[in-house]
Design a protein around this ligand. Structure first.
Ligand code: GLN
Length: 198
């Protein structure tokens, strides 16, 4: 768990319930010791600043380049993008997924809302909680779109994606008690840990 800011505790609970052993990551040595990383919801510009202050920005980019599995929800999705629209000019991107994300994309009218949506790879629909959420405006060829907004003014907008072992959602699976999205992440971590030479 990247534990600089945001809803770290909710992800901790979800990961523990999946049978994983989450630990807090705030330093480079802690980052080096984990098999995967969750980037929580919160405030992406604050987390970006803290990544720089804590000296984690380059080490984290490097681990993502090396193929470390990751999962970002909301602010975490923004951080994982290659390009971010409507953010601060000094905000940093991790380029974990070849996508362009628009921050606070749903606008003031629909700042926070919930909906059920279809999610590729999951049998039943997922209850998706959006809180000042981003959406994805562009994905590269190697990015798989997993979910879109089903209806309403934002119908069709991309809200869940995956590129290799890196997963991102605009919404917050960590707040609903539904563990299926976290399980996808934990499965990627286990798969990679199983094939990696020790
Ligand atoms: N709007 C926030 C940001 O820009 C994200 C909101 C969230 O994570 N719930 O980082």
């Amino acid at each position: 768990m990247l534990a600089l800011q945001g809803d770290v505790r909710e992800h901790f609970h979800a990961l523990t319930a999946c049978g994983a052993e989450p630990v807090s990551v705030r330093r480079e040595t802690e980052l080096a010791a984990v098999d995967g990383l969750v980037l929580p919801g919160g405030e992406s510009t604050a987390i970006s600043k803290l990544l720089e202050v804590f000296g984690l920005l380059e080490p984290l980019r490097q681990r993502l380049r090396d193929g470390m599995p990751a999962f970002g929800s909301c602010a975490g999705m923004i951080l994982l993008a290659r390009e971010v629209l409507d953010t601060r000019p000094d905000a940093q991107s991790l380029s974990g997924i070849d996508m362009t994300v628009r921050r606070n994309a749903f606008g003031r009218q629909v700042d926070s809302f919930e909906t059920d949506l279809e999610f590729t790879g999951l049998d039943d629909s997922v209850r998706a909680v959006f809180i000042r959420a981003p959406w994805v405006e562009r994905v590269g060829d190697s990015v798989e779109v997993l979910a879109r907004v089903p209806s309403g003014p934002a119908a069709g907008r991309i809200v869940a994606v995956r590129q290799g072992g890196v997963l991102a959602t605009s919404f917050h699976p960590e707040v609903t008690g539904d563990l299926r999205v976290h399980r996808l992440f934990v499965d990627s971590v286990r798969e990679r840990a199983a094939v990696r030479p020790s």
